[in-house]
Design a binder for this molecule. Structure first.
Ligand code: C2E
Ligand code: MG
Ligand code: MG
Length: 284
């Protein structure tokens, strides 16, 4: 009996491994189809300046409207797109769409606002990234200062020299560069100082524990301090509570993003959000 049981478990184990491999292959095939059939879309999450109440930017966040499984979040498919190389066409699509849609929003609103686009590790390693960004800007007509490129801190640590050159090339296009989830990638301060960047983003893991006294609270205040010393802007993401807002404001971080202010929303919702906002401003 015991032997049978052991064998069953073994079979189960190999079966689940095969399932995992199969699942990944299916996902890859579906991603390919999804790209062709345009099953992807962007949501936008506003970033707010607590001092002025202004919307300073919004972050483009990809979603996949799967024909059978419904809406799928990026954490589920971006890693597979990254491993298979499909991130290249997908990432180009995101850049192009974000620029086009935000240009349209500018035309509708009669004023500009920045859009942040997430770039994956593979895209960041591509020597042609500068041209891809430039192409998206030129074909959409979006002014470079309205495009922000979000780069995960972890992508800078492998080959710091190469990363610095790439950042410099990207910045030549005139866009803003933000280090996303700063504090998770162990880049040295000396290295950081030499990087051509504009902003640091405090990841939600560090924001989550505010204001309880703990190591993550210390990290949040440390990041704000580093940004201030380097004269970079700093923005906190994943802000959900009044206490977190109070804490961040007290420590000199007035740029925030999170469910407390607005969830990621569709283009239509975004347009309405801005329209209501300008009404509020007119009334004030
Ligand atoms: P991220 O760039 O750090 O984006 C922030 C994530 O936090 C988003 O998740 C957003 O929906 C979520 N969020 C916003 N406010 C709150 C809050 O108050 N509380 C909590 N708990 N979460 C909040 P999402 O949209 O699922 O995206 C996850 C990650 O996927 C992103 O993390 C980013 O790394 C990646 N991603 C999203 N879109 C793209 C894309 O177009 N290209 C690439 N390469 N990666 C993307
Ligand atoms: Mg981001
Ligand atoms: Mg982040």
């Amino acid at each position: 009996r015991a032997k049978d049981k052991g064998r069953d478990q073994y079979d189960f184990y190999t079966e689940s491994l095969n399932n995992r491999a199969e699942q990944l292959m299916t996902l890859e095939r579906e991603l390919r189809h999804g790209l062709r059939r345009e099953e992807f879309f962007l949501l936008f999450q506003p970033q707010v300046d607590l001092n002025t109440g202004d919307i300073t930017a919004m972050e483009a966040l990809i979603r996949w409207q799967h024909p059978e499984r419904g809406e799928i979040l990026p954490d589920e498919f971006i890693p597979v797109a990254e491993d298979t190389g499909l991130i290249m066409p997908l990432g180009n699509w995101v850049l192009q769409q974000a620029c086009m849609q935000i240009k349209l929003l500018h035309q509708l609103l009669g004023r500009g606002v920045r859009v942040a686009v997430n770039i994956s590790a593979r895209q960041f390693r591509d020597p042609g990234l500068e041209n891809v960004i430039d192409f998206a800007l030129r074909t959409s007509g979006l002014e470079p200062r309205f495009l922000e490129i979000d780069i995960h801190e972890g992508m800078l640590s492998d080959e710091p020299e190469v990363a610095r050159d790439q950042l410099a090339r990207i910045r030549r296009t005139g866009v803003t560069i933000t280090i996303d989830d700063f504090g998770t990638g162990f880049s040295s301060l000396r290295q950081l100082r030499s990087l051509p960047i504009d902003m640091l983003k405090i990841g939600q893991t560090f924001v989550k524990e505010i204001p309880e006294d703990g190591p993550n609270t210390d990290i949040a205040t440390t990041i704000i301090g580093i940004a201030q010393q380097m004269e970079k802007q700093v923005v906190a993401e994943g802000v959900e509570t009044e206490q977190q807002e109070y804490f961040l404001r007290m420590h000199g971080c007035s740029l925030v993003q999170g469910y407390r202010y607005a969830s990621p929303m569709s283009f239509d919702e975004l347009y309405r959000y801005f329209s209501d906002d300008s009404e509020r401003e007119l009334k004030a």
